[in-house]
Design a protein around this ligand. Structure first.
Ligand code: BTN
Length: 324
């Protein structure tokens, strides 16, 4: 952890820490601690200093800062070992793809306050205005076969639903495989991209977008009927850094379950949260369209669809619409 992250972690653990104490813990001079505190103040942290109580963290800014996220995260397994924040980028998936090709280890998470070319599934655009959401991508190097990668998407959707529920009190529903919905409107999407050989995954990029604090009028008119934000659903502004940390912790937990061969536990929770199962759905797969009842998930995370003609089709991609 960087010195700034260690200072923030100490200020969060204890209400009032002296400069001398911080200097001793971090192995640096009190003047150096003071300089780091000034940098944190410049970054928007309100830190009080009093001769009796020492330094006290009063408020944290609504900005994503790598040091702050690391300090809040505490001990984790894989996801969040390395956190990077960009003010603006084309797409965080592109940044992570470059890191992957450069050989960076798994677990790195790249956030952007804004994306100029955020992309969604099936070639769609993903609206990513500055400071309003969580737009981030994670690099994973799992020991999975390409056909098992859907497990990660299922795990990610489950983790996202749990973290959002914990932090906002609102329970999102999962629409297969990776959309989180509130009141029938989408609030979060997951774009899974991978590089693989025939039988072996080289790396997976999980790109996740959450509409956190957008107001209704901040969505373009064509999205207002189909998209929503956590702020609209919960009726209050959501602290993005706190939510981001809860999300990374849940994602890390679910990733461990997949890697340890416990996908069935993940799938059980996913099934409880998923509104697609049991419904009559239509699935668009490029030019092809299928209709049928969504019956279950298989062990690789694929959707088993009982078609109108009674056949069981295994669906691993495409666009699913629940029929009314
Ligand atoms: C979907 O279509 O539902 C998936 C949306 C994924 C959006 C996220 S935002 C962070 C990451 N970077 C991107 O360009 N896309 C993903």
């Amino acid at each position: 952890m960087s010195p700034a992250a260690q200072i923030l972690a100490a200020l969060r653990q204890q209400d009032g820490v002296s400069g001398a104490d911080l200097a001793q813990r971090l192995g640096m001079s009190r003047a150096a601690i003071w300089a780091h505190i000034e940098d944190l103040r410049m970054a928007g942290f309100e830190i009080e200093a009093s001769p009796h109580q020492g330094y006290r963290l009063v408020t944290a800014p609504d900005r994503l800062l790598a040091d702050d996220l690391s300090a809040r995260l505490g001990p984790i397994g894989v996801i969040g070992r390395d956190i990077r924040v960009f003010q603006e980028t084309s797409s965080t998936n592109d940044i992570v793809e470059k890191l992957a090709r450069d050989g960076v280890g798994e677990g790195v998470v790249v956030f952007a306050e804004a994306q100029s070319k955020g992309r969604g599934r099936l070639g769609r655009q993903w609206l990513s205005p500055a400071g309003k959401g969580l737009w981030f991508s994670i690099l994973l190097r799992p020991n999975l076969r390409p056909q098992e990668v859907t497990q990660l998407t299922v795990a990610a959707a489950t983790a996202m639903a749990r973290a959002i529920e914990e932090q906002t009190g609102v329970t999102p529903e999962i629409k297969w495989p990776n959309d989180l919905m509130i009141g029938g409107k989408k609030v979060c999407g997951i774009l899974t991209e991978l590089s693989a050989e025939l039988d072996h995954v080289k790396y997976v990029i999980l790109g996740i977008g959450v509409d956190v604090n957008l107001a209704l009028n901040e969505f373009p008119s064509d999205l207002r009927k189909i998209a929503t934000s956590l702020r609209i659903a919960a009726g209050c502004t959501i602290h993005r850094a706190e939510l981001a940390v809860a999300i990374l912790q849940e994602l890390d937990r679910e990733y461990a379950r997949v890697l340890h061969g416990r996908f069935t536990d993940v799938a059980d929770e996913w099934e409880q949260r998923c509104t697609t199962l049991g419904q009559l759905v239509s699935v668009r797969l490029g030019d092809r369209a299928l209709r049928g009842r969504a019956e279950a998930l298989d062990e690789s995370g694929a959707l088993l669809l009982r078609t109108e003609h009674g056949r069981l089709e295994r669906i691993i991609g495409g666009d699913v619409t629940v029929e009314k």
